[in-house]
Design a protein around this ligand. Structure first.
Ligand code: IMP
Length: 211
């Protein structure tokens, strides 16, 4: 039986793009929240080898530092022709300056080196692992994924990170060309398209109650 989240949660991220999306996802459930950044909590080192392990590291560290349930996401872009890179290293590829233009250029350079030109050769997916951790050690974990293509050149100035590079299957536009409702709006208004929205729908079913 899953444990339900009833009041305050700390969102274990220092990434403003993710924080905004996670707040929008939590909004219909009326759960008060603060971010780890706002509370001045340190960012734990992400030493795991999977998205799920890294989400757990962040949620558990934040729950024990704050004494409050914590909600963490670990996510990234997996490019098939690059043997799954950048994957769990997606944030690192942008470097300390968070230069996602450079990270997208690196993906393109490597894809061209490997002769990947057609959409079939440029398959990619986003993954989001979500973890809810309570200070007593209880955890709940969920994962979501959205499949598509790494396009070139990048298109659109909405969203964050690798959004302009990624066109989800069944759409002409990249995530960078979609507004927030299209990218991660939940049913009934949205269709729960993004990896984070898909993982969140599972989390909400198990652990949240609509306000
Ligand atoms: P981490 O989960 O903090 O390790 O960071 C994951 C990185 O993956 C982010 O900094 C982004 O670069 C990328 N990423 C994850 N989700 C998305 C998304 O929805 N759009 C674009 N980039 C994303």
């Amino acid at each position: 039986m899953s444990r339900r989240l009833t009041s305050l949660v700390v969102i274990a991220t220092h990434n403003p793009g993710k924080l905004k999306e996670m707040r929008e996802l939590l909004a219909p459930y009326g759960i008060a929240n603060q971010s780890a950044g706002e509370l001045g909590l340190p960012e734990p080192e992400e030493t795991g080898k999977t998205f799920a392990t890294n989400a757990r590291i962040k949620a558990v560290a934040t729950a024990s530092a704050s004494g409050t349930p914590a909600f963490a996401d670990d996510s990234g872009l997996v490019v098939d022709a690059l043997d799954g890179e950048p994957g769990i290293h997606s944030a690192r590829w942008a470097g300390p300056d968070k230069d996602f233009r450079a990270a997208m250029n690196r993906i393109q350079t490597l894809l061209i080196e490997r002769g990947a030109k057609t959409p079939e050769q440029r398959r990619a997916h986003f993954v989001a692992a979500l973890c809810l951790a309570w200070p007593d050690g209880h955890i709940e974990e969920f994962e979501g994924r959205v499949d598509g293509v790494a396009v070139w050149p990048p298109r659109g100035d909405k969203g964050f990170g690798y959004d302009p590079l990624f066109r989800p299957d069944g759409f002409d536009r990249t995530f960078g060309e979609m507004n927030a409702l299209e990218k991660h709006g939940l049913p009934p208004q949205g269709q729960g398209l993004s990896h984070r929205a898909r993982a969140f729908i599972k989390l909400a079913e198990a652990c949240l109650t609509r306000a």
